[in-house]
Design a protein around this ligand. Structure first.
Ligand code: ASP
Length: 330
């Protein structure tokens, strides 16, 4: 082995990258080991070992699978310099956010990647994405990122924005962590310090999955929000319009009493924006300011998926409203 080559663990979980055509359409079957063998030149980038963790379309991934991936990285932490996770693109933004919060103090790189076409399809994007992921994992930038179509995205700011194009992900609410320029990865300066401490690393995989999302549409009844409270949710993400907030003027569609109902039942409400960029800013308009006065918290620049996962993670530690609020301000 060349001295400067990093030792990277590939954690294979399935997704289109591993798919072959079956009787009922594409299904993931290709092993991580075959993936390594099929992408030429990977052994020039890193010394790679592989762990077949699961073989699932990412639509079938649940929070317990996020925990399994995080535990796997924790268990193998000392033995490797970095980690690449191959994953379906459909829910990659949820897994990347979950790993971002669960592996908050990690001092090594965790890079998720996948592809829009199977690895063995002609003209596939898988080869470039896999090479990018291993190159990024070898670069020593601590933290969790998605590597896709020539860009690195912070794990808690990714959004799948296209269901067909190779350039399928955008970074929302934060600039890209890195982009490819002239064949090299150009990292933003602050990406190296995107973790609170590198000294001691322990995964924190606790989650309270009693979190639901309400996507506001004109005329949606506030009873919907109350029904989620009655169903036993501990947290509700309200994906609102523009800068966030809730409808307040129409007498049957005033959400403020529903926010009070949630607060009386110790249910946390976090407002995010339906917009792809810009995020929620509750102090801007009356419906945001009043939502805050009735207990809602701003999800700030977080996309809907990452805000949902963050609320699951935070609620596993505290249901105290000011502590939840503080963790979203941090
Ligand atoms: N359905 C696939 C998945 O998420 C899509 C992909 O990987 O691109 O597993």
């Amino acid at each position: 082995m060349e001295k400067n080559k990093k030792k990277i663990l590939l954690v294979a979980t399935g997704g289109t990258i591993a798919c072959e055509e079956g009787e009922n359409g594409l299904r993931p079957v290709l092993s991580g080991q075959s993936l390594i063998e099929l992408v030429q030149g990977l052994d020039d980038i890193a010394e790679i070992e592989c762990l077949e963790l699961m073989s699932l379309d990412s639509s079938n991934l649940m929070p317990k699978h996020w925990q399994k991936i995080a535990h796997t990285i924790e268990e193998n932490y000392e033995a490797y310099d970095g980690f690449v996770v191959t994953h379906g693109t459909d829910t990659m933004e949820y897994t990347s956010a979950a790993l971002y919060y669960m592996l908050r103090d990690i001092g090594k790189s965790v890079i998720l990647t996948g592809s829009m076409l199977p690895l063995e399809s002609p003209g596939t994007d898988a080869i470039d994405n896999v090479r990018l992921a291993f190159t990024a994992a070898s670069a020593g930038h601590a933290g969790v990122y998605i590597a896709f179509s020539g860009k690195l995205i912070y794990g808690n700011h990714a959004k799948k924005s296209d269901s067909k194009a190779f350039d399928a992900f955008i970074s929302t609410g934060r600039p890209y962590a890195a982009v490819m320029r002239d064949g090299l990865i150009d990292w933003r300066d602050d990406s190296k310090d995107d973790v609170s401490s590198h000294k001691e690393f322990k995964a924190d995989c606790s989650l309270d999955t009693n979190v639901a999302v309400i996507y506001l549409t004109p005329g949606l009844s506030p009873e919907m929000l109350k029904s989620y409270v009655d169903a036993g949710m501990h947290g509700i993400i309200v994906a609102g319009y523009g800068a966030g907030g809730v409808p307040i003027k129409d007498e049957t569609n005033d959400f403020l009493p529903a926010l009070d109902y949630a607060a009386e039942h110790d249910v946390m409400i976090v407002c995010v924006s339906q917009c792809q960029t810009g995020g929620a800013q509750l102090d801007h308009y009356e419906m945001g300011v009043l939502a805050e006065k009735h207990g809602a918290i701003s999800g700030g620049s977080l996309p809907i998926g990452a805000a949902t996962v963050k609320l699951m993670h935070v609620l596993a530690h505290t249901r105290n409203p000011s502590e939840v609020r503080m963790s979203f301000e941090a």
